[in-house]
Structures are given as structure tokens and as C-alpha cells.
Design a binder for this molecule. Structure first.
Ligand code: SF4
Length: 232
């Protein structure tokens, strides 16, 4: 079982850090250097917006929950600014309203991390913990950050359901679970058995997807209605 803790990559040896087994933890250090491009982007955001979070965004919610929601990566002015997944941009408006509707969150979502919103039986994380330019992480960055996702999955003892928001989250979650993507192709509304748990696919709840009609709030609600029915 992977230990839940924060890694500290500030090596006194001067050697570059490695994403090896010794570094497998659920939350990276705030200065995680494993993806040079994202680390540089983070540093420039810190210089430009020193009041923003500008660090790997930790998962939010209940590590003892039965549901894990996996997003893509922090949005520049959303989670990267506020420090809580899906908080402060459009995607959070739809996600948190839906979670409240289906009993996976309680309180009032006010787009800020101190709004008192709590998750119920549910944890939210991202496939990539640092904000990427244009919301597009590179394949190597998705791979490099996957150990944190895998460790998160491994350290949820009651996990029964994972909702993957978008293709990148779906593919990275499959790999974290040790499954082949050919056996479980991404599709909105698809449900993939994965041992003791099930993986549910949804289009990402981004503003782009909702504005273009790729994802409607009703389509999104149906995914969580199915999960709610399954979990009871
Ligand atoms: S994306 Fe993940 S692995 Fe890459 S620098 Fe950020 S926290 Fe580290």
C-alpha cells in the first residue's frame, strides 16, 4: 500500500529527482520539478500572479469515499488560481451543482475554496496536477504525473466507482488501473468493469463542451444518476 504523504523533491544531493517507487505518493510537493515545461509555466504564473495558488492542486474530498472523479488538469484561472479542483471556472459550476443534486456534495458552491462546500463519499482529483499551457498536457507529462493518480486510487480503501471526465482522464485512469485502452474505449456514458470497481466515462464538463453542445447538463446528470443508482 502506498503511503499518503507529501513528497519533498528538494534533494540535498543535487541529483535530479526521479519518479521512482520511492516517490509514489498521493500529493506532489508544491515545487514538483518532474515536468520541466509545467514547472516553468508554474513559475511564470507565480511571478505574474503571486496571490494565486500556482502549485500542483491537491485532490479534494473524502479519501475514504466510494467515488473518485478524475479531471484533466487545473485550469489557469480556476483550480490553479484557487487551489481546489474545479473551483473558480465554468467547469466547477456544472460539476458541483451536479454533485450536490446527487448527494455527493453538500453546502453551497461559491467558487472559492473557503465556501464551506464538502464532498460526501467522494474525492475529486486530476490526471495532471499542474496547470498546462492551453489546457493541453503533453503525453509525457500525463505519464509522469500518473503515479500520483495511481497512488490516490490505491489509497482509497472503499473505492467502487471512478468517473473519468474526458478522454485524457479516461486513458490515464485505465493505465493507472493496469488496463488496456483497447479493452475499454472512451465513450460518453460508457461503463467499464475494472475488477472490484467500475469506470464511468463522461465528456469533460468544460465551457467549450457545453457551449458547443457536445455535453449538455442533462447528459452530465445522467452519468451521476447512474453512479448514484449503483452506489445506492
Ligand atoms: S504535473 Fe505532476 S509530475 Fe508534473 S510537475 Fe506537476 S505535479 Fe509534478
Amino acid at each position: 500500500m502506498t503511503t499518503i504523504s507529501t513528497i519533498d523533491n528538494d534533494s540535498a544531493s543535487g541529483q535530479p529527482p526521479r519518479a521512482d517507487a520511492a516517490l509514489l505518493r498521493t500529493e506532489p510537493n508544491r515545487n514538483c520539478p518532474l515536468c520541466p515545461r509545467l514547472s516553468g509555466f508554474r513559475d511564470s504564473a507565480r511571478a505574474r500572479e503571486p496571490e494565486w495558488f500556482n502549485s500542483p492542486v491537491p485532490s479534494f474530498g473524502d479519501h475514504n469515499g466510494r467515488l473518485l472523479i478524475v479531471g484533466l488538469a487545473p485550469g489557469l484561472q480556476g483550480a490553479n488560481r484557487t487551489g481546489r479542483p474545479f473551483t473558480g471556472d465554468f467547469a466547477g459550476d456544472l460539476l458541483y451543482a451536479t454533485l450536490i443534486e446527487y448527494g455527493f456534495a453538500k453546502g453551497i458552491y461559491q467558487a472559492r475554496p473557503d465556501d464551506g462546500l464538502t464532498l460526501v463519499d467522494c474525492l475529486i482529483g486530476n490526471a495532471v496536477r499542474c496547470v498546462p499551457p492551453q489546457n493541453k498536457p503533453l503525453p509525457a507529462e500525463i505519464n509522469t504525473c500518473r503515479p500520483f493518480l495511481a497512488a490516490t486510487i490505491e489509497t482509497m480503501p472503499r473505492l467502487r466507482a471512478i468517473v473519468a471526465l474526458g478522454r485524457v482522464a479516461h486513458e490515464s485512469t485505465l493505465k493507472a488501473l493496469g488496463l488496456r485502452s483497447s479493452a475499454a474505449p472512451f465513450g460518453h456514458g460508457a461503463i467499464h468493469p475494472a475488477g472490484a470497481l467500475k469506470l464511468y466515462d463522461s465528456y469533460h464538463c468544460s465551457r467549450y463542451n457545453t457551449n458547443t453542445g457536445v455535453l449538455t447538463p442533462e447528459m452530465f446528470r445522467r452519468v451521476f444518476a447512474t453512479v448514484r443508482k449503483e452506489l445506492g
